[in-house]
Design a protein around this ligand. Structure first.
Ligand SMILES: CC(=O)SCCNC(=O)CCNC(=O)[C@H](O)C(C)(C)COP(=O)(O)OP(=O)(O)OC[C@H]1O[C@@H](n2cnc3c(N)ncnc32)[C@H](O)[C@@H]1OP(=O)(O)O
Length: 174
């Protein structure tokens, strides 16, 4: 299918009923360690930040989540597209929807940690170097208090290094 006709796909906020569909789509990517596996309880908790793309028949074919980290800072997490729809603009459509939501929430910067540097690069994200200070020292100290694995990855803490090996840290100014 081509989505050169944008009306063919619909991007909408996720509901709890999408979680199992998202898990099924994530499964092969988690097995290949492209996406980080998440417990169901974590995914249900993240539903308010998830957007999904569905095809003309209402089948979920793409998904992605926004996580707010600080006043102006958020992260794109768990972005994926069903294999048969890759390269048809679905990922970009979900990302644009997440960015719109991020702006609406007052965010000015979006972080992501990814192997897909070309995709994110084409969508305005820039690589950030290993030792780049992404937040002020006092914000860093507050973020350190979080139990969230994604925040630990953002802070590049040693305990999560095995999860993030080979991934690139990227940032977009909204
Ligand atoms: C922060 C994180 O979540 S990191 C994890 C990222 N996810 C993964 O690594 C999981 C595996 N990868 C994927 O699921 C996908 O490859 C994604 C999510 C990265 C990208 O999704 P896709 O739907 O394939 O991307 P999308 O089609 O929007 O863009 C790729 C290219 O498709 C092409 N394309 C083809 N048809 C179209 C169309 N009709 N409209 C727009 N682009 C199109 C474009 O050339 C586009 O390249 P461009 O940006 O130079 O224009």
């Amino acid at each position: 299918m081509s989505v050169s006709d944008p009306s063919a796909i619909n991007v909408r906020p996720a509901t709890t009923h999408d979680v199992v569909k998202i898990v099924n789509l994530m499964e092969p990517l988690v097995a290949r360690r492209i996406l980080l596996g998440k417990d169901l309880v974590e995914l249900y908790g993240a539903v308010p930040g998830f957007m999904v793309a569905e095809d003309a028949a209402g089948k979920v074919i793409g998904y992605g989540a926004l996580h707010v980290m600080w006043e102006h800072l958020g992260e794109v997490r768990t972005l994926g597209v069903s294999e048969e729809y890759l390269g048809k603009g679905v990922g970009r459509a979900v990302l644009l929807a997440l960015e719109e939501r991020a702006r609406g929430l007052g965010l000015q910067q979006l972080f992501c940690l990814t192997f897909e540097t070309e995709f994110f690069g084409r969508n305005g994200f820039e690589e950030v170097g290993e030792n780049t200070e992404l937040v002020a020292a006092e914000v860093y100290a507050e973020l350190l208090r979080s139990h969230d694995e994604g925040i630990a990855e953002f802070l590049d803490l040693a305990r999560v290094k095995p999860n993030t090996l080979g991934n690139t840290r990227m940032l977009k100014r909204l």
